[in-house]
Design a protein around this ligand. Sequence first.
Ligand code: PMV
Length: 286
Amino acid sequence: MATWSAPGKVFLFGEHAVLYEKPGIALAIRPRVYVTVRKTSHPHHAKSPYIDQCFREFGVKGSVYINSQLPSSSGLGSSAAVTVATLAAINDEFDMGRSKEQIAELAWKIEKKVQKGRASATDTTVSTYGGMFLIKEGTRKRLAPQNYHLVIGNSQISHSTSRMVEKVAEMKSKHPAIINPVLDSIEAIVMDAMKHLDEPAYLGKLMDMNHCLLEMLGVGHPQLSRLVLAARSTGAFGAKITGAGGGGCMVALAPKNIRARIAGAIEVFDGRAIITCIDTEGLRKE
Ligand code: PMV
């Protein structure tokens, strides 16, 4: 029996734009997903195309038990965390001898297959290695982890990442003269953020701008706007949608001493709050 865990992720900047050759900044967060794999003659596991695909890639059969502290389909990268941890647990249980690098690559390949080609390497990279990354197409640059205090607000509105990705593609083909500059502006935000990673107050302003641009891409939702405004008006440095949008989660960057107050405000507006920080550990054997 082998148990491995992997963290969730948030996009600080650049979701959606990363699918158009733009850079993005994402980081690993607690909570994480725990996956146990066991060789058995009667394999069974939860119905999941990601898990099916993990076994198919390795050409083995086994049982899987998942303990996830990450809400699923909320934009916190739970499918990538499950995929990465399942691959690592199979690799361990069946002595397949794959490196972390190979697991990250395989996990991205599985995400692309299950999500029909439209998945950046962000979630699988961040979940495998932990910490913070600048992601651009297939490349990654590890960034020095910062002591950010984050408050996530889950709108509890279900959304579909692929539907949101399609929506942005439609917007872009209908209004290229408007949407292309929006994507360029998101890129400019990422490049500016790279020079100010140790200045949360500055980054907060950039997050507010990135949020507006995501709304222009058509992935806003009234409930996400409420949570973002609740966080800002309670003293967050900045707040934005994180992930695909249209529901799912927002993230606020906050001064340490008011995290709880921001979480309270998010809950008042019917969100589920998670107070968290960067998880510098990626895949971990339990
Ligand atoms: O729902 P999430 O967190 O997996 O967000 C998807 C982010 C996108 O940029 C829209 C897609 C991707 O694969 O990066």
